[in-house]
Design a protein around this ligand. Structure first.
Ligand SMILES: [Zn+2]
Length: 304
């Protein structure tokens, strides 16, 4: 199963958690000729044009022309080259102003992820989540004064009260609910016709993953859950979640949906899910390979 790569995972960069504690080390890396910078504009990533899309990394000189000068956020080190993300959102026409029009363009990660090499989708996810977090944490939630970047972007510190703030990741439990040869899938309003997926919800405070699965499934469908097994996980950078994928055993069958949360929920047999995964079902369509739900459904079908 693990040879089936998960989009947004497997960046391969060394996050340099030791080295980034030394300001001198980061400053030296910022000055190196080989250091690469990934521009993000209003959370869109710079991607090269061409048949094989790939992230468009820039050299240090690029930063010189940008006002206000962005604060580089360290993503990690690969092949002894430091990789940073930079937020160029203040620019009005970034491709023109950066001199890359025709060679690269800014793209939404959601639409470009599957066209990027797998490792680059992960670097892009890390960059998007971090740039978004920094943009939202310019001011201290404790005292309201401004914050400054620290640890190459792994932290912000309040300039006044010195409170330390760390980029957060929000856990989301997502489960394929199984009962014998059938599984329970739900759909939200506005989805394409026939599209169903695994049920999901944020893990709340004081709650385990298993408890979150039982609560979410019960709230959305009234189905009682027994055993919950962890299968796989996926970073989900919209803006900063971790999808925790499970297979949950149902202990009841009668569905009663919460129409505020979902539009419909139904049981589907394994053969229908299998043909939906292959894109050949008239009855059901399931999320594409970019989403963890797709991989969970594959795992469940393989158990049959
Ligand atoms: Zn403060």
């Amino acid at each position: 199963m693990e040879d089936n790569p998960i989009t947004f995972a497997g960046s391969g960069l060394d996050r340099a958690s030791e080295e980034r504690r030394r300001r001198g080390w980061i400053d030296a890396r910022l000055e190196e000729e080989a250091t690469r910078y990934l521009p993000l504009w209003r959370l869109q990533l710079l991607v090269k044009e061409g048949a094989q899309r790939s992230l468009a990394w820039a050299r240090r000189e690029l930063l010189d022309g940008i006002e206000p000068r962005p604060e580089p956020i360290l993503l990690g080190v690969g092949d002894d080259v430091a990789h940073f993300a930079i937020d160029v959102s203040p620019l009005d026409d970034p491709a023109e102003e950066l001199g890359v029009a025709g060679a690269a363009r800014f793209e939404e990660l959601r639409s470009i992820a599957l066209q990027l090499p797998a490792a680059e989708s992960s670097i892009a996810a890390q960059a998007r989540s971090l740039v978004d977090w920094h943009a939202r944490h310019r001011f201290c939630p404790v005292c309201g004064e401004s914050t400054r970047i620290a640890l190459g972007g792994a932290m912000r510190i309040c300039k006044d009260c010195q409170a330390e703030h760390f980029p957060r990741t929000d856990p989301v439990a997502i489960a394929v609910v199984a009962r014998g040869d059938r599984c329970l899938l739900g759909r939200s309003r506005g989805w394409p016709p026939g599209m169903f997926s695994a049920l999901a919800g944020f893990v709340e405070q004081g709650e385990t993953i298993e408890e979150a699965v039982r609560r979410e499934v019960k709230e959305e469908s009234s189905i009682e859950i027994g055993a919950v097994r962890y299968v796989r996980s996926q970073p989900w950078p919209f803006p900063s979640s971790l999808m925790i994928g499970c297979i949950a055993e149902a202990e009841s069958e009668a569905i009663e949906i919460d129409s505020v949360e979902i539009e419909a929920a139904r049981w589907f047999d394994r053969a229908t899910v299998e043909s939906a995964l292959a894109g050949s079902s008239d009855e059901l369509s399931v999320p594409p390979a970019m989403s963890l739900a797709h991989h969970l459904l594959r795992a469940w079908v393989a158990e049959g």
